[in-house]
Design a protein around this ligand. Structure first.
Ligand code: SF4
Length: 535
């Protein structure tokens, strides 16, 4: 079947036009200065369950993963005869309604929530991406992570004659689509499973994939297992999801994590596991600090417990003289609780979060824009007034949020504001699927030594004192060996080599590379410089 028959009418959907009012660029930090947090990568979900309403299960699975991407959402279903894809820009609840989900019948489904780490935010780049094999079988795929050999894959796609024509606007331009194109091409002479086993070892970077044809659900995780992916059991089927919390929410029991370098195929014959590469675990430490839900567990370690432990260690490393500990909701809250427990300073709720306001598709007026941080956080003045506050946040990226927050807290009556941060200073870009600001925008970049960072950032954000957890303290809280974690955005040591073609990633990387190379040269002078330099 023609893809155009399966997709929603394009005219009905806002497509990125950088000057137009429907532009989803409006959801980015530059337009919403209240939100300069790092951008989550994506969430993937898949289900194989004959007799179940797989589209609805996927909808609720994506709902649980909404925090991993708010720019677009999509679901594909297979009924044994065809693959149907529905996707659009927007939150899961904006993209799908009862009528749409009811029309999506089948026994296998994959879903995706997207934040664009590669490629611009357009309807075409929403996922699942879709390709057909020479035999007419459909492949729908959701991808979480970011590849670093995109240019090499693009060359292979071009040489195989698989590039879209200029007029074919239904085809995406992401690394995810390159994977799907190469997989569909290879499956012409083989099964999808065998084609995947040949293709996956050639991918470099971070990838958690959930993909399907008309019959079978597949899931694969990169050899470093940078981002999480887990397997769950339903009474009448199986689920794969980016986070264990999504299993809980659809009533699936956790079975195990999909191993780094593993491909799963799930169909009427059960679950088949194949290894396409030896495991070399380098899990993203930022998943524990900020990205994942607190009710998720990664590598057997509760994210909430990790954050509480970070707060405890933060109190030991950087004690504060205060009357009340408050967290910046949501991801700063567990660390604030840990800080309070370890320090003996009472914990209280001083801020109320207006969830998702920074991810709206509504263009803010100038009046609204001037509200700044108040769009996102509202202070509880009766709690804050007259207090020496210890404010615990998950991270500082550009510092805009903290600067505005501290001003707001002082205006609300706080007499001192001591800031404690549950991660070390972010100094390096992430090439594996998390979009920080460019290195030039990172507030900790270029401030030299640790003491220089602390004092420079403290002055910039207007805090009475500032303390960051050490890298060692953060890693110890995860209960994972440092050798099994990636902490490159904090220390500049990239566990997956970065070929120069990383420059062909999302357009923002172009400007990042020169700046990052300069910063690396200044700070560590060595190994990573060549990797970050432009050709
Ligand atoms: S660089 Fe940072 S955000 Fe990126 S994968 Fe590594 S730890 Fe995670």
């Amino acid at each position: 079947m023609e893809l155009s028959h399966l997709l929603p009418a394009r005219e009905n959907h806002p497509v990125s036009d950088e000057s137009g009012p429907a532009s989803v660029r409006d959801t980015r930090g530059d337009d919403y200065p209240v939100d300069d947090s790092p951008r989550e990568e994506c969430g993937v979900f898949g289900v194989w369950a004959p007799g179940e309403q797989v589209a609805k299960l996927t909808y609720f699975g994506l709902y649980a993963l909404q925090h991993r991407g708010q720019e677009a959402a999509g679901i594909a279903v297979g009924d044994g005869a065809q693959v149907l894809v529905f996707k659009d820009l927007g939150l899961v609840s904006q993209v799908f309604d009862e009528q749409t989900l009811a029309a999506m019948k089948g026994h296998v489904a994959v879903g995706h929530t997207r934040y664009s780490t590669t490629g611009s935010t357009t309807w075409e780049n929403a996922q699942p991406v879709f390709r057909t094999t020479a035999a007419g079988s459909g492949i729908a795929m959701g991808h979480n992570g970011n590849l670093v050999n995109t240019a090499e894959l693009a060359t292979r796609v071009r040489e195989a004659g698989l590039l879209p024509t200029r007029t074919d606007r239904t085809v995406a331009t992401t690394d995810s689509d390159l994977i799907a194109a190469l997989l569909a091409h290879a499956a012409a002479d083989s099964t999808i499973e065998r084609a995947a086993m040949d293709l996956l070892p050639t991918l470099r970077g971070a990838f958690c994939l959930a993909f399907m044809d008309e019959h079978t659900l597949y899931a694969a995780r990169d050899p470093q297992g940078v981002h999480p992916l887990c397997l769950g059991r339903l009474e009448r089927g199986w689920v794969v999801a980016s986070e264990t919390a999504a299993l809980d929410i659809v009533g699936a029991s956790f079975v195990r994590e999909i191993e780094p370098g593993e491909l799963l195929a799930i169909d009427a014959d059960g679950v088949r596991s194949s290894r396409f590469a030896g495991p070399d675990p380098k899990g993203c430490v930022f998943e524990y600090v900020y990205l994942a839900r607190p009710d998720t567990a990664i590598a057997g370690r509760s994210v909430h417990a990790t954050r509480v432990e970070i707060g405890r260690r933060l109190a030991d490393e950087h004690p504060a003289d205060g009357d009340l500990v408050i967290g910046v909701p949501e991801s700063g809250t567990p660390a604030a609780i840990g800080f309070a427990l370890a320090s003996g300073i009472p914990y209280g709720q001083g801020l109320v979060k207006n969830a998702y306001v920074g991810r709206t598709f509504i263009q803010p007026s100038q009046t609204i824009r001037q509200l700044g941080i108040r769009l996102k956080l509202n202070p509880l003045r009766e709690i804050i007034r007259g207090q020496r506050l210890v404010v615990v946040d998950d991270s500082i990226v550009r510092g805009n949020t903290q600067r505005a927050l501290i001003r707001m807290l002082r205006e609300s009556g706080a007499i001192e504001v001591h800031v404690r941060i549950a991660s070390p200073p972010v100094r390096w870009p992430c090439f594996y699927g998390i979009d920080f600001a460019s290195p030039a925008e990172l507030i900790a970049n270029g401030l030299g030594t640790t003491d220089g960072v602390f004092e420079g950032v403290r002055r910039s954000i207007g805090a009475d004192s500032l303390g960051y957890i050490s890298t060692q303290g953060m890693i110890a809280a995860t209960e994972q060996p440092a050798s099994r974690l990636c902490s490159a955005c904090f220390d500049g040591h990239y566990p997956i080599p970065l070929p120069t073609e990383a420059a062909f990633g999302k357009n923002v990387l172009e400007g990042m590379l020169d700046s990052a190379a300069d910063a690396v040269a200044r700070e560590v002078g060595g190994d990573n410089v060549a990797a970050l330099s432009r050709p």
